[in-house]
Design a binder for this molecule. Structure first.
Ligand code: FAD
Length: 457
């Protein structure tokens, strides 16, 4: 069997794969995307389809075309958190309008764009293994195409195969700093249906969340006033949840969802953990879900996959042009991620960790008692400004019985600020990494101690 040879082999044709391939192909590199699904299923991915107002995409593809084709609801102005304990919902306004997508069309367009920019796409191609040189450098992948063995050589392999990527099980990362501290308990299992209802809902300017006992949430994201993405997820370290019946039961409890018909259903795992400490190895870069580039509290990973893939591709292009695809040559990609969303996601993850030491009722009581915008901004590390006296007094009264927890939460927040500062000092080369990691782990130990949670990593 003779191997097909490319500059860059991208495994996976989701958001990460399409943006990576578009970037390398646009720069003139021979690029192929290997996607296990058939062409007609391209873009069919389990997702809530929602994107925050502040989300940005790399300007590598035609973003106006993408939006025109697939952003079916661009008027999402608020998030509503339903409170199972009271009728009082918590509402947080967006700084800019968010969007809900037609996820299949979105997935088709990004692949169409990667192809237009020069990438090949080989569908029905299941990657099963990597090939490595004697010094450990990844030199390609092997797999099957419609049952026939296939073999690809590459200067750089971009792992965009999504959560729990098989490539990472097969690659020998010995001698590198690639993050292999990855466990099922750091993932969320999620399932969604797209339903069509008879009458338009009057909250199509909102994305709606409702907490569940398994430290996850049920969501309603309106693609249009009559087509709604409804889903649920639970943290894999919690008892298994019957997701389909949970959705059915909740839909039934909502009289405004008239005569719901399921038009699509799909489930998958999503990483709800900090970004990989390092996502590079010689000849190999992981992006998107394959590197934990997801907001660990919301599960939002589309923008992170697009951005990280673009940065990884740019570093791969420079490495290939310089004739050096070593770990050190690709290292700056880790800094690209950590300096941008990486440090924030690592900090947000600490609130998940704090949450694992409390049950959902306790959490809901605390969340209900603290003014919504103050809580949202506190978690995002922003300052809402001082509370007025009457709001302060109400908050003191409402949070009675949870002051110890709130004090701990404030202490966790102080540690997360230190964590963000530390991620900003992410080392410029692999040599500085062990000392950086050791200091970070010390900070995490303090967070486990304050919160009383079991270590997540
Ligand atoms: C139920 C659910 C709801 C979500 N809701 C949202 C949301 O509302 N907003 C948001 O921003 N994010 C959401 N996410 C997360 C988001 O979908 C992911 O973060 C994002 O899709 C990651 O993109 P990716 O390219 O890294 O991986 P994926 O989109 O998973 O793409 C991976 C691709 O690799 C292919 N592949 C895998 N293994 C192989 C192999 N061995 N050989 C060949 N091909 C392979 C797969 O078929 C797939 O096409 C949700 C996730 C889930 C599961």
């Amino acid at each position: 069997m003779s191997a097909e040879s490319y500059d860059v082999v991208v495994v996976g044709g989701g958001t990460g794969g399409a943006f990576a391939a578009a970037t390398t192909a646009k720069a003139g590199l021979d690029t192929v995307i290997l996607e296990r699904k058939p062409a007609e299923d391209a873009g069919h991915i389990a997702c809530g389809d929602a994107i925050k107002g502040t989300a940005t995409f790399p300007e590598v593809i035609d973003l106006d075309y993408l939006k025109a084709e697939s952003f079916t609801n661009q008027s999402v102005m608020r998030a509503v958190f339903e409170n199972p304990l009271t009728d009082e919902d918590i509402e947080i306004g967006f700084r800019g309008p968010g969007a809900v997508l037609d996820r299949k069309r979105y997935g088709e367009v990004i692949l169409e764009e990667a192809e237009r920019l020069g990438s090949e796409i080989h569908y029905d191609t299941v990657v099963q293994d990597v090939t490595q040189a004697a010094d450990g450098t990844v030199t390609g992948v092997t797999g099957t195409h419609k049952g026939k063995a296939v073999d690809y050589d590459a200067e750089v392999v971009i792992d965009a195969a999504g959560a729990l990527s098989i490539l990472q099980e097969e690659t020998d990362f010995a001698g590198t700093h690639f993050d292999t501290n990855v466990r099922y308990s750091q993932f969320c299992s999620a399932y969604r249906e797209v339903i069509e209802v008879d009458e338009p809902v009057d909250w199509d300017d909102a994305i709606v969340f409702k907490p569940t006992e398994q430290l996850g949430y049920l969501w309603y994201f309106p693609r249009t006033p009559t087509r709604i993405n409804v889903g649920v997820g639970f943290q894999m370290d919690q008892p298994e949840m019957q997701m389909i019946s949970a959705i059915e039961k909740d839909i039934e409890s909502r009289p405004d969802l008239k005569n719901p018909t399921v038009v699509d259903k799909l489930g998958a795992a999503v990483p709800t953990r900090r970004p990989y400490d390092s996502a590079v190895a010689p000849g190999y870069v992981a992006v998107g879900d394959a590197a934990g580039h997801v907001n660990p509290t919301t599960g939002g990973g589309i923008p992170g996959a697009a951005k990280s893939a673009h940065w990884a591709a740019k570093r791969a292009i420079a490495a290939i042009e310089a004739g050096d695809v070593s770990e050190a040559a690709l290292w700056e990609y880790n800094r690209d991620v950590m300096a941008d969303f990486g440090k924030h996601f690592a900090a947000i993850d600490c609130y998940n960790i704090w949450g694992t030491a409390h049950d959902v009722e306790e959490l809901t009581e605390i969340v209900s008692a603290v003014p919504a915008q103050h809580l949202a901004d506190a978690m995002a590390g922003k300052d809402t400004g001082p509370m007025g006296l009457s709001l302060k007094l109400r908050t003191i009264k409402d949070t009675f019985g949870h002051w110890d927890d709130l004090l701990d939460l404030a202490r966790v927040r102080r540690k997360t600020n230190a964590l963000v500062d530390h991620y900003e000092r992410y080392p410029t080369s692999p040599e500085g990494f062990p000392a950086w990691q050791s200091f970070r782990d010390d900070l995490m130990d303090e967070i486990y101690e304050i919160s009383g949670a079991d270590p997540k990593y």
